[in-house]
Design a protein. Structure first.
Length: 233
């Protein structure tokens, strides 16, 4: 019985690895993601492990999936796209707002030196931290709380990624971005634009990238009115 169980686990691992390989080839590389480190991370991280077991068979489909508490795990292509925009080389300290399932966190942990991730839903944050630990990630730090004001005692960050959408760009996160750093986030209400921010000596450069749909950022983000510069044109 033990042998049969071990054999089944090996068969499942091989099957899911094949599904990841197809996912990367058909959903990610075919759509223009070229960073070899991002492609390697997407092929390595077991997305199904971040989902409830009844959704494992759908883990490598081309779309978001529910993870409970009104939250979702993002579409694999969007995870890859946002990660590639940060241009990580392996030396960076990264801040993630919205740990969610922990899948995006794991991708960042494969590519950066340290990842600091904040989740507002305690149940999701604790579950993600447990899964990340079980998978052997030692460079991830998960905090339960409102991510609007970031993680000031660990700032500045080389890169910041938001996995939930505010209707404006949170100033505290801009302040915690290192000069030369990059931030990627969805901005908007029901429909959003993915916005890339670069912090330079001359100031902040914002660039709208692609339309996306993320769950709204909760907590303090809902209390701050968006400025005219954040409104969609």
């Amino acid at each position: 019985m033990i042998f049969m169980t071990a054999s089944k686990h090996q068969d499942d691992d091989a099957r899911f690895a094949a599904l990841r390989k197809s996912m990367v080839a058909e959903q990610i590389k075919a759509r223009g993601i070229t960073d070899p480190r991002v492609l390697e991370a997407m092929e390595k991280v077991p997305r199904h492990k971040f989902l409830p077991p009844h959704l494992w068979e759908e883990a490598y489909d081309d779309g978001p999936l529910p993870i409970g508490y009104g939250q979702t795990i993002s579409q694999p292509y969007v995870v890859a796209y946002m990660t590639e925009q940060l241009q990580l080389t392996g030396t960076e300290k990264v801040l993630e707002i919205g740990t969610g399932s922990g899948y995006q966190t794991a991708i960042l942990a494969e590519l950066a030196k340290e990842v600091y991730s904040i989740e507002i839903v305690p149940e999701l944050g604790h579950r993600a931290a447990r899964i990340l630990k079980e998978l052997g990630y030692t460079n991830v730090h998960v905090r339960i709380g409102d991510g609007y004001r970031g993680w000031p005692e660990e700032a500045p960050f080389d890169a910041i990624l938001l996995a939930a959408a505010p209707d404006h760009i949170p100033q505290p996160l801009l302040d915690q971005l290192k000069e030369g750093g990059r931030m990627i986030l969805p901005v908007g209400e029901f429909y959003q634009d993915l916005v890339l921010i670069r912090k330079t000596e001359e100031g902040i450069i914002k660039e709208s990238k692609i339309p996306v749909r993320f769950v709204p950022m909760r907590g303090e983000a809902e209390k701050h009115p968006k400025s005219s510069s954040d409104k969609k044109r």
